[in-house]
Design a protein around this ligand. Sequence first.
Ligand SMILES: [Zn+2]
Length: 412
Amino acid sequence: MKQYKWITALVFCVSVGLPAQQITIRVGTLLDGKGATLHNTTLVIEGSKIIKIDPSIRKTTYDFSSLTVMPGWIDTHAHIANHFDRKTHRISVAPDETPQEAILAEEENAYLTMMGGFTTVQSPGSPLDKYIRDFEGDPIPVPRILTSMGAIHDGTPEEIRAKVRQFVADGADFIKLFDTKSIREGGAPTMNQDQVDAACGEAKKLGKRVIVHAQGPEGAKMAVLAGCTSIEHGNRLTDEVLDLMVQHGTYYDPNWGILLHNYIENKEHYLGVGNYNEEGFMYLQKGIPVGIDTFHRAMAKHVKIIFGTDAMPGTHGRNAEEMIFRVRDGGQPAMDAIVGATSLAAESINLQNQIGSIAPGMEADIIATDGNPATDITNVRRVVFVMKAGRVYKNIHLAPGETSIVLGPNAR
Ligand SMILES: [Zn+2]
């Protein structure tokens, strides 16, 4: 009887082409992305969406009774276009690189990032990003991509407004603004309040967010007062600025973890290019304890801390290491680090109704780890399953002690 039903259902699907296929996942431990943990339940996925969570369903497509399941992670700041040149193994400034080579390198980074558990990436940003963003979908194994297409560094308020309009016209999902110098140059402000107001005001009119590279407190304060969405890096913020961020609901995307450690580990691949000089590296080294101090104060004040890595060559594919840095060296509770990479990150990119939590109606962006990262954050290295929009891209087994991180030439 049961078989006949199946056959009928199959014929029905084939004849009218309905995407009625359901996938069910039995889950031992479920982190919902908002801080709650459920046990022994079943997720029902139809098409690209989670349609039901029902503990009474026991016969399932996937039995993850011994695994931990959670929403696919979101990296709110990853430079997936940036890569080491294949010939020189240095940060890419290769004049002879073809666009084909550049896009393949970005594709590789995007693939490795997704295999590492990240189903969404915000890239601030390269004009190349949009090719991968717009090509995303079955069966290309890359994360959802939001891109700023480039960044605004200078200009009069009128020029800045025009640049915002141009980026939006070119297809940017959001705007990236620099209002301070690099951490390697000390992070002093490079814009005044009128310029920052122009950027964030114009973007708002067009329904776009602005994320602001601000290392020091002067630049961060201007961004908060201008109503911009997030402070990127914010390595040395004062209590005054952190309080203002709480008042204005500004997100904080600190990057003293994997980013600064990666620069130091991969120094030979960066040194000698632009401001990657000895003085710059001195600032990077000094920046780690300074960043951790700001991070501690931001946590104590309940600033909304989101998960961005500022992924550069050397980190693509191991973005999740940032969670380990935040928990181990920064003292962040593991669940807060996970929420920062799921529902809070989704809220910061205005996609909280689609991704970042496990609930009926949400997109089926689902990952599983062998071991619960909420109890031991190093389990973020053990991603065994990746589903994006209901499609499975990774399903592996790991031996005890083995990690799932695949290192390409851009993640040594
Ligand atoms: Zn960046």
